[in-house]
Design a protein. Structure first.
Length: 269
């Protein structure tokens, strides 16, 4: 998920090792060092990551007893998640507090359109697929355009086939797997009026997430740092009632506290 930086300001990514297999002591040492060096750490993790990786992250955070480590795992396909991680790295160069930066991930997720062109949807279980599409996926040569986020949508490839796209200016990132097609670049990019097209290596989790290695993954996103910064700073900010850190939204991304619920006084009989 460590995409190349857009510019010199973009903060480098730190790729954690094989958390599911390495000794617990090594994972503890890595996260503790990162926290001491940077003050706060935002860990972005794919929902397609092995369960052992997620459990290790939670264990390490618990053992360190740290409210300075935020675990963030939104329901985005791998390429979309990689784009979001880079957007957070872009914002990390700005004058945002740790809580606002970590909270920005949930906000920016709404502005990402992520999907894939698939050679089969037979094993796709993260996007709703009807039985008719499942049956068609067994026909040799069938291809499907799938939008996973923000609103699930599926179309079988044919003349004029496209997907609903963003209503604002975006750039497009494409990662090619074991599928040959120019539909994304020749049809989807013009249909979505994408302002720029770049290619990236296919994330390691993509085949697992989409249920097939025969795919071309794509993601439309906001590339301009000034636009990202304006979005984040224009949203109302709150202070966590528990740890005091500034956040966007109700749930604190570091200590995980939510605002207390104040019960209404009972009405007199």
């Amino acid at each position: 998920m460590a995409l190349p930086a857009h510019d010199e300001r973009t903060v480098p990514a730190v790729v954690l090792g094989d958390l599911g297999r390495e000794p617990l002591e090594l994972s503890l040492a890595d996260l503790q060092t990162l926290t001491e060096q940077h003050g706060h750490v935002v860990v972005v993790c794919s929902q397609a990551a092995p369960r052992a990786v997620v459990q290790r992250l939670r264990t390490v955070r618990s053992l360190l007893e740290s409210d300075r480590i935020a675990l963030f795992s939104p329901a985005l396909p791998p390429l979309g998640l990689a784009v979001l991680a880079r957007q957070l790295r872009q914002l990390a160069s700005c004058d945002l507090s740790p809580g606002i930066l970590a909270s920005a991930g949930r906000l920016l997720t709404h502005y990402i359109h992520a999907g894939a062109l698939l050679g089969s949807v037979a094993k796709l279980d993260r996007v709703p697929v009807d039985l008719k599409s499942h049956a068609k996926s067994w026909v040799p040569g069938s291809q499907f355009g799938v939008l996973a986020h923000p609103t699930p949508h599926l179309v079988k490839m044919g003349p004029g086939a496209t997907l609903p796209g963003p209503e604002f200016g975006t750039a497009m990132l494409v990662a090619r797997g074991q599928l040959q097609s120019d539909w994304v670049t020749s049809t989807l990019v013009p249909s979505w009026r994408a302002q720029g097209l770049r290619e990236a290596a296919l994330p390691a989790e993509s085949a697992t997430w989409w249920g097939t290695p025969k795919l071309i993954e794509f993601c439309a996103y906001l590339p301009d740092l000034s636009v990202l910064y304006q979005l984040v700073t224009s949203v109302r900010q709150n202070s966590c009632h528990w740890c005091g850190i500034d956040v966007i939204g109700d749930r604190c991304v570091f200590c995980c506290a939510v605002p207390p619920v104040h019960e209404q006084p009972a009405r007199a009989g």
